[in-house]
Design a protein around this ligand. Structure first.
Ligand SMILES: NC(=O)c1ccc[n+]([C@@H]2O[C@H](COP(=O)([O-])OP(=O)(O)OC[C@H]3O[C@@H](n4cnc5c(N)ncnc54)[C@H](O)[C@@H]3O)[C@@H](O)[C@H]2O)c1
Length: 365
């Protein structure tokens, strides 16, 4: 089984990006939003992407035209009735998504698979709002979905294993790198990426370092393309606020940093400045804390079987541009050094040390 026409509900940042990605892979993608203007904006963004790719010589103008020809749009949910996969990418609010899935029911074919692009909600909870939870799962694309290769494929409690495998294959066939994921808050990637940013804010709150210094140390110790403050400014701090809050059920370490909590949902950016200087001792503290905030949740994920070490590292490298992926880095540091780094988190926040620490050295074996 494969999908020949994909419906995407929500023509915003993610819906438009997913459609753009599918269109250039030769898959018909149909965008639905509540207003014509939103549909036009979503299709317009895809056109701009293809036109720019053609200008830069990344695709021929014929291919750009053909990719755009694969896309269509509407404001009518009934127009989705011939889609064999429908991906929901609307506002991140359970009641809004549930209401949509209720109205969608009459337009979902018997063999159609329905997916959600949610970042924060439980896939298994949303599954209860569709007619057939066995044909429902999470397809969590990363922004910008037109080019980011990672998709977390999230199995709900009732997702049919064959449907799940079909979706993994569909991702591969559309040039994505799927990560098989359990339905746990933060899935595989946000589970550690968001606490890493949160820890950077904690250090700023405590006066441990300046944003520029913390970003420089992150560049040095994790070989990231951009440090946590630069990335949080790109993602928007208020998105990090929501994402970290969503991780709260995992325990005390996942509590919001004061700086993120205070500003909450407001629109702001961190003032990174240029003061990146630091002492070797100060830099070492920052490096340990950034690594600890990344390693600890990754080890917990491995304990819980959320995703494999190889997939977590693939996501860190491809979705987040970490030059040194967490499991590979822990393996190279060894068990003793990794324990030294993560133990303060267990102690400070009252968590158990993750059992997967015992496997450090061969996490990726
Ligand atoms: N932006 C990201 O970086 C990112 C990354 C991964 C996942 N997500 C998830 O993807 C989903 C969409 O996020 P986004 O950033 O694209 O949001 P967005 O605000 O850019 O777009 C949402 C779109 O959904 C439309 N919409 C809202 N209610 C609708 C309804 N009932 N029917 C049809 N259309 C409706 C809106 O008009 C809007 O165009 C959310 O669940 C979000 O958590 C976002």
């Amino acid at each position: 089984m494969t999908f020949s026409k994909v419906g995407i509900i929500g023509a915003g940042t993610m819906g438009s990006g997913i459609a753009t990605s599918l269109g250039q892979q030769g898959v018909a993608a149909h965008l639905v939003d509540t207003a014509d203007a939103a549909v036009e904006r979503g299709l317009g963004a895809a056109k701009k992407f293809y036109d720019r790719a053609a200008e830069k010589g990344k695709m021929s103008s014929e291919d750009a035209a053909s990719a755009f020809g694969n896309l269509s749009g509407s404001t009518d949910l009934a127009s989705l009735s011939d889609c064999d996969l429908i991906v929901e990418a609307i506002f991140e609010e359970f009641s809004v998504k549930a209401e949509l899935f209720g109205r969608l029911k009459p337009h979902v074919g018997k063999n159609t698979v329905v997916a959600t692009n949610t970042s924060a909600l439980r896939v298994s909870d949303l599954a209860e709002t569709v007619d057939d939870p066995s044909r429902f799962l999470g397809l969590h694309y990363f922004n910008p979905a037109a080019i980011n290769p990672i998709v977390e494929v999230v199995k709900g409690e009732k997702t049919d294993p064959d449907i799940y495998e079909t979706c993994m294959a569909f991702c591969r066939n559309t040039r994505k790198k799927p990560i098989a994921c359990k339905d746990a808050f933060g899935f595989a990637i946000n589970r550690f990426f968001v606490p890493y940013g949160n820890e950077a804010v904690r250090m700023l709150d405590e006066g441990v370092g300046t944003p520029a210094q913390i970003d420089r140390v992150a560049n040095e110790c994790m070989e990231v393309a951009a440090g946590p403050f630069m990335v949080m400014n790109l993602v928007k701090p208020k998105i990090m606020f929501h994402a970290q809050r969503n991780l709260g059920p995992h325990g005390a370490f996942y509590a919001l940093a004061g700086g993120l909590s205070e500003k909450g949902d407001s629109d702001y950016e961190f003032d990174i400045g240029e003061d990146a200087a630091g002492t070797p001792e100060g830099d070492a503290v920052i490096a340990d804390r950034l690594r600890a905030a990344t390693f600890f949740p990754v080890l917990q994920e491995l304990d819980e079987g959320v995703a494999t070490a190889a997939d977590i590292d693939m996501g860190a490298g491809l979705a987040l541009r970490f030059g040194k992926a967490p499991c590979e880095l822990m393996d190279s540091l060894g068990r003793e050094e990794t324990t030294r780094i993560v133990a303060p988190i267990a102690e400070q926040y009252g968590h158990d040390l993750p059992a997967s620490l015992d496997k450090v050295g061969s996490l990726r074996a």
